[in-house]
Design a binder for this molecule. Structure first.
Ligand SMILES: Cc1cc2nc3c(=O)[nH]c(=O)nc-3n(C[C@H](O)[C@H](O)[C@H](O)COP(=O)(O)O)c2cc1C
Length: 281
């Protein structure tokens, strides 16, 4: 039985060298496209039990615990290949890597670099814009290798940060330290302090580096803003926009025109949310 990857195909029945599977899960617990034929073949009930008697393998399953079927494809292959089913022997314990628990970037490895080129790859009317971004790292001593990964941290625009500080009436307290704690009575699933906000950051730092000010406000955010709005008319409009009946209006006035938090606050002048609400969202 062959298993194909980008380096070619392996015959798992004849392979005598140790085999390492690294496989992710996509869709709703589905194998990635390139693994679909293999998974279909390995699942056949008619396969003899000793089919992989010679196989010596290890498996690393890639997944994300935010999805219901965590590492499902890896688990399926591992179960079928194992001694209990098709006779393969593990030479190393199976690993389940969780994208939701990726290690946050290390501060000491941060570099400030210039963008040397930015080219739009999508048409202006596409739902999501994609850009080709070139970063000039020529004068940095970066230990980059093929297959390596780096994160890009973009600060929010300075004038937008200033506007939000003023709007939250926190301009005078911009250098104060922000102390993050979980609400004692929160029933939120998977509750955790956001790992990307360093301890002992200042207010200005958090708003500049740790909040996404340009993303389109979700309905849940609109819902929680209702409580922080004093004008009755504005309250009602916010309630409409986040209701099921108001979906068309939400799409027309918020999602399609790519409204951001500051646009929303400008349109609802009596709304003054606490910073904690914005961080929570
Ligand atoms: C559209 C989509 C669906 C996914 N579905 C699952 C899933 O059902 N179970 C799971 O554990 N991980 C799921 N993941 C997370 C990926 O398996 C995980 O991010 C993995 O590291 C991706 O590796 P790859 O980019 O090399 O395929 C999904 C990711 C995406 C983008």
């Amino acid at each position: 039985m062959t298993f194909a990857n980008s380096n070619g195909a392996y015959d798992l029945e004849k392979e005598t060298a140790p085999v390492v599977f690294v496989v992710s899960t996509t869709g709703d617990g589905e194998p990635p496209d390139t693994a679909v034929p293999f998974v279909r073949r390995i699942k056949k009930k008619t396969l003899p039990r000793e089919r992989f008697a010679r196989l010596c393998y290890a498996l690393l399953a890639l997944g994300d615990t935010n999805y219901a079927n965590f590492c499902n494809c890896g688990k399926t292959i591992d179960k079928r290949a194992s001694l209990q089913e098709l006779g393969g022997k593990r030479f190393y314990a199976t690993g389940h890597a969780d994208d939701a628990n990726s290690v946050p970037p290390l501060k000491e490895n941060q570099h400030e670099v210039q963008i040397s080129r930015a080219v739009p790859l999508t048409r202006h009317d596409s739902v999501k814009a994609a850009l080709l971004i070139e970063l000039d790292v020529s004068d940095k001593d970066l230990p980059l290798q093929p297959g390596g990964v780096f994160d890009v941290l973009c600060p929010n625009n300075g004038s937008e940060v200033e506007e939000l500080l003023q709007r939250l009436k926190l301009g005078q307290r911009r250098d104060h330290c922000v102390l993050l704690e979980l609400l004692k009575d929160t029933r939120k699933k998977g509750k955790a302090l956001p790992a990307h906000i360093p301890e002992e950051s200042t207010l200005q730092y958090v708003i500049t580096w740790c909040l996404e000010l340009r993303s389109v406000p979700k309905k849940a955010l609109l819902r929680s803003l209702v409580e922080c709005t004093t004008s009755g008319v504005e309250k009602r409009r916010l309630q409409e926009l986040c209701s099921t009946q108001g979906s068309a209006d939400y799409n027309r006035f918020i999602r399609d025109p790519n409204i951001c938090l500051l646009d929303l606050l400008r349109a609802f002048p009596s709304c003054t949310p606490p910073l904690s609400l914005l961080i929570g969202q």
